[in-house]
Design a protein around this ligand. Structure first.
Ligand code: NAD
Ligand code: GLY
Length: 365
């Protein structure tokens, strides 16, 4: 029997069709046949996974999908390096060869790579099909599965080709986290603490107090951390789906993080690890500006250390290396780098006015 712990709604205001959707958080959801039958409602399914997640969870899910009219399974090679046009084609080829119709549902079973690619495939399959996110990494559960950003990488950079395409459901089965490697788990916690820093001071303090339970993957603690993260992400997306304003706050730590990832060579540091160091840098600059109390940076550093995340950029990288890498980030607008800084704990703001001296200070603090 599955156990649905919490359901929350991502509310999207667009008049012509209601695109709002639920995020369902629970346990043993993958093995609940009745739950899946009601979600699928007789439609064909294109199940997309990768070769690490597939062997762990795909057969359970396929069993639950049981009598679907048409089931196509696509197993991609795992990893960021395969988030490319070739994998996208593999998904679309399989769906077309099996003669799926627009009414079929794509189901993304995996981390953010599978979720982003499957969502993008759904967005362009027969001009747009529905898809369900079944995120299996902590990062995907609290971030990438919610909000409708989908896409693939290009040789020129990450996520340069894609679409906004919202899922019709996000199904978070907490049981899948049991098999997640330690580093991947910690990388997800970086995005969790980000929500506290940018939007919810109480949540930040709660996370600090729960650090032992979090790293021990205590079920109830994780369930609340994921629920609160999804609530915050859902409210930001509801306010600003296309990133014209506050959605940019979700990129706190990411401007520096992307630069670190790029300079290190993708794959050396996980995205969440680079973001963790980036959040420390952005917080140090906020302290320098006088908008953030230095004690918050100390707490953030203590949290990062406790969960096994970096607390600074690699020492081999200079301020000018970072600035140069940031200048070519896709989020650079009209030639200006946009930084997200903290105006206090739980409050973020965008600015373009960060100097090389600010970054030198933050790197040496
Ligand atoms: P990932 O999808 O590469 O997963 C990490 C690794 O863990 C993979 O090898 C995967 O096979 C494995 N894995 C996944 N679930 C597992 C489980 N339960 N047990 C054991 N192994 C498991 O990486 P990720 O961190 O989930 O996602 C990163 C991607 O998400 C990036 O491509 C990034 O651009 C994207 N992203 C998108 C958004 C968005 O809003 N769409 C937001 C943040 C990140
Ligand atoms: N992860 C950033 C966003 O969804 O906007």
């Amino acid at each position: 029997m599955s156990d649905i712990l919490h359901t929350l709604e991502v509310q999207l205001p667009l008049p012509e069709v209601d695109r709002s959707y639920p995020i369902i958080i629970g346990r043993a959801l993958l093995s609940d046949g009745a739950f899946w039958q009601s979600l699928i409602a007789g439609r064909g399914v294109i199940l997309v996974t990768d070769d690490q997640v597939g062997p762990l969870y795909a057969s359970t899910l396929k069993e639950s999908l049981g009598g679907v009219s048409q089931l196509t399974e696509v197993v991609l090679s795992a990893g960021e390096a395969r988030k490319d046009m070739a994998s996208l084609e593999t998904i679309l080829d399989a769906a077309l060869k099996d003669r799926h119709e627009r009414g079929s549902l794509f189901v993304a079973l995996g981390g953010g790579v599978v979720g982003d690619m499957t969502g993008f495939a759904a967005s362009c399959f027969l001009r747009g099909a529905d898809f369900i996110q079944v995120p299996t990494t902590l990062l995907a559960q609290v971030d990438s599965s919610v909000g409708g950003k989908t896409g693939i990488n290009h040789a020129m950079g990450k996520n340069l080709i894609g679409a906004f395409h919202q899922p019709t459901q996000v199904v978070i089965d907490l049981d899948t986290l049991a098999s997640l490697p330690e580093r991947e788990f910690a990388a997800g916690l970086a995005e969790v603490i980000k929500y506290g820093l940018i939007r919810d001071a109480d949540f930040f303090e709660w996370l600090l107090a729960q650090v032992g339970a979090l790293t021990a993957r205590d079920g109830d603690t994780l369930a609340y951390a994921i629920q609160r993260s999804c609530e915050i992400k859902a409210s930001v997306v509801a306010e600003d789906e296309r990133e014209g304003g506050v959605r940019a706050h979700l990129n706190f730590g990411h401007t520096f993080g992307h630069a670190i990832e790029r300079l290190q060579g993708y794959g050396e540091w996980l995205h969440g690890e680079a973001v963790a160091a980036g959040m420390v840098i952005a917080s140090q600059i906020s302290v320098l500006r006088g908008t953030l109390d230095a004690s918050i940076v100390e707490k953030l550093i203590a949290f990062n250390r406790a969960v096994g995340l970096p607390v600074e950029a690699p020492s081999s990288l200079s301020a000018s290396d970072l600035l140069q890498a940031m200048s070519s980030d896709k989020k650079v607008s009209s030639g200006k780098i946009r930084y997200i800084l903290l105006q206090g704990l739980g409050e973020a703001a965008v600015t373009e006015h960060v100097t090389t001296d600010d970054i030198v200070f933050a790197l040496s603090a």
